[in-house]
Design a protein around this ligand. Structure first.
Ligand code: URA
Length: 291
């Protein structure tokens, strides 16, 4: 996409837009090797090489933020020696590497975030942020109030008590009851182990909310891009987590609109390591576009 040169230069963190104009007027900026002194000239940061004083700019790649309805029977790891299905198999059309924010068990379904933004993922997963995760749990037989009270107050798993949780009954059935539990810790298989601790047998576990985000009408195996407001809303830990929208936004971005992700820094997943920016591919055969 064509953008004004001063915007490209300032977005690369070199200097302000105003000072970028000075650089252009001073003849210090080139596009694909040609000096450009006209204010308002445009270039495509994805395919043109913009340089200041002969040094090509490093242009931050676009990051991806995805909400997936993970079905049962998919792993949130990035590979599996046993060849079982991976959540990333459901995202092939994205065409870029993304990493799960935390994990859901093979047999757990529901809301899973994936991103190429390691910093964002790390922020969300950091215990300090206490992002709420709400699960709907179907159990074999009846759930008693005393069991819900114990879950709410915290139960011992691995010798350490869980933090207080919010619980409420959803539905009572002949064979199974459903209840909701909201936690903000992220211990391994936490909900299942909490249920085990109060002698509840889980037959279905579905995550329905992550912070301010709900599943909406998304179907199993389907995904959508988050809006900018959703991405920054999750980043803000002081935002109300009770007012989660119940529907998908009116115009989520299609996967095809996103490109050039960055691999996250460590944290979003064990395999995530590198980070940083990447330079636009040099293209010596193209000239700068006029405004
Ligand atoms: N708690 C669990 O027990 N399993 C999950 O997948 C997520 C939370």
């Amino acid at each position: 996409m064509l953008e004004r040169l001063q915007k490209i230069i300032s977005a690369a963190g070199i200097t302000s837009r105003r000072a970028s104009e000075e650089l252009i007027l001073a003849g210090r900026v080139t596009v694909n090797g040609t000096v450009v002194t006209e204010l308002g000239s445009k270039a495509d940061p994805a395919s043109d090489t913009v340089a200041v004083d002969g040094k090509p700019l490093t242009i931050a790649a676009k990051k991806l933020y995805i909400l997936l309805y993970k079905p049962v029977g998919y792993l949130t790891t990035l590979d599996d020696p046993e060849g079982r299905p991976l959540v990333t198999d459901l995202l092939k059309e994205v065409g870029e590497r993304v990493y799960p924010v935390g994990r859901l068990d093979y047999n757990t379904e529901g809301l899973l975030l994936l991103t190429s933004d390691g910093e964002w993922a790390n922020q969300l997963m950091h215990p300090r942020h206490e992002v709420e995760k709400e699960y709907h749990v179907r159990v074999r037989g009846k759930v008693h109030k005393s069991q819900l009270d114990q879950l709410a107050g915290g139960v011992d798993i691995d010798g350490r008590k869980t933090a207080p949780a919010k619980v409420r009954m959803i539905k009572e059935g002949e064979q199974n009851d459903w209840f909701s539990i909201t936690i903000h810790e992220g211990r391994n298989r936490q909900v299942r182990r909490m249920c085990e601790a109060v002698s509840l047998s889980v037959v279905r576990l579905r995550r329905v909310r992550y912070g301010t985000l709900s599943m909406g009408a998304l179907q199993p195996g389907k995904f959508r891009m988050l809006t900018e407001a959703e991405v920054s809303g999750l980043r803000n830990p002081h935002q109300s987590q009770e007012s989660a929208p119940s529907k998908a936004p009116a115009r989520p971005k299609p996967a095809s609109a996103m490109r050039n992700p960055q691999r996250p820094a460590a944290g979003a997943h064990a395999q995530n390591t590198s980070s940083g920016k990447r330079a636009a591919a040099p293209n010596k055969n193209r000239s700068p576009r006029k405004p």
